[in-house]
Design a protein around this ligand. Structure first.
Ligand SMILES: Cc1cc2nc3c(=O)[nH]c(=O)nc-3n(C[C@H](O)[C@H](O)[C@H](O)COP(=O)(O)O)c2cc1C
Length: 268
């Protein structure tokens, strides 16, 4: 049954569109594209401090998602889950096996199976995100539209969660990179904590942050698949031109695009 986002009541039939008691449009409580009963979510914990601020904030976010409905989490702790740098071999750009496949393949499998992804990282001044998170994103660069984009990406939603004093510097590059994967929606929340220990904040401050995290999680859970971003449409057309004109026949991205039918029909 569909659940009302306003009063929390359930409709009487599977197909009922509006709430009987308050008239709001009803949500399918289950998931993003309304087809499955469980929302599969892959979570990347980017802080090397396993019990640090980012983990704490992510835990609250996950807890709220669980309260909203049926969710299943697969969690990866960085850098443990991927303890090696990208070697720069570019084999992935040719559709070949990564030398770090033992680490990255299970991660890719989970991403593909997921309806939603969460990227959580502290802000590190040297290069915006933690080293573990940067290493993960380096290994996944071949997902970008002008190389070998995946059809599955166009249905997924993503949340970026960061903790620090300044958070825009972290969110901006991750968001802009992930949008190049063609993801349906990328949301974010930056928490300016001004402390390295969550518990050192006053209880009022802790409660304020917790409320913000829970509100964001609730919104994220219920958001439905939307039209692609205009930027996705734009990147797709630019990528099509790059792959066709500059990468060209005989090279892997071109052959991949051809095989997937992306030259003829856009994948979203
Ligand atoms: C190496 C390093 C660099 C950092 N650089 C910044 C920074 O430039 N700006 C900032 O606001 N916080 C910075 N911080 C603080 C952390 O981002 C902040 O304390 C964060 O909440 C820690 O998250 P964690 O407990 O999950 O590791 C830095 C922390 C470390 C360890």
């Amino acid at each position: 049954m569909r659940k009302c986002p306003k009063c929390g009541k359930y409709g009487e039939t599977e197909t009922q569109r509006f709430c009987n008691s308050c008239g709001m449009e009803l949500f399918f409580p289950e998931r993003f594209d309304d087809n499955k009963s469980v929302m599969n979510i892959t979570v990347f914990h980017g802080s090397p401090r396993k019990n640090g601020n980012t983990r704490h904030a992510t835990q609250i976010f996950m807890d709220e998602l669980q309260k909203q409905g049926n969710v299943s989490f697969t969690e990866f702790y960085l850098p443990d889950a991927l303890p090696v740098f990208c070697s720069g071999c570019t084999l992935c750009f040719s559709g070949k096996c990564c030398p770090n496949a033992q680490y990255i393949e299970p991660i890719i499998d989970e991403i593909m199976k997921s309806d939603a992804l969460i990227f959580a990282t502290p802000h590190y001044g040297a290069c915006s995100m933690s080293g573990g998170m940067k290493t993960l994103l380096d290994h996944l660069d071949f997902f970008v539209l002008n190389v070998t984009p995946r059809k599955e990406m166009f249905d997924k939603k993503v949340f970026i969660l960061t903790t620090a004093a300044g958070t825009t510097a972290t969110i901006k590059p991750i968001k802009s990179f992930l949008k190049h994967w063609g993801l349906n929606r990328v949301y974010s929340l930056g928490l300016r904590l001004f402390t390295s220990e969550w518990t050192k904040m006053s209880s009022t401050k802790q409660a304020k942050f917790e409320k913000r995290i829970r509100m964001a999680a609730k919104k994220f859970y219920h958001v439905r698949k939307k039209r692609p971003y205009l930027s996705t449409v734009f990147y797709y057309h630019i990528s099509k031109m790059i792959v066709r004109k500059y990468i060209g026949e005989g090279n892997y991205p071109y052959e991949y695009w051809k095989e997937q039918g992306f030259f003829k029909k856009r994948p979203f």
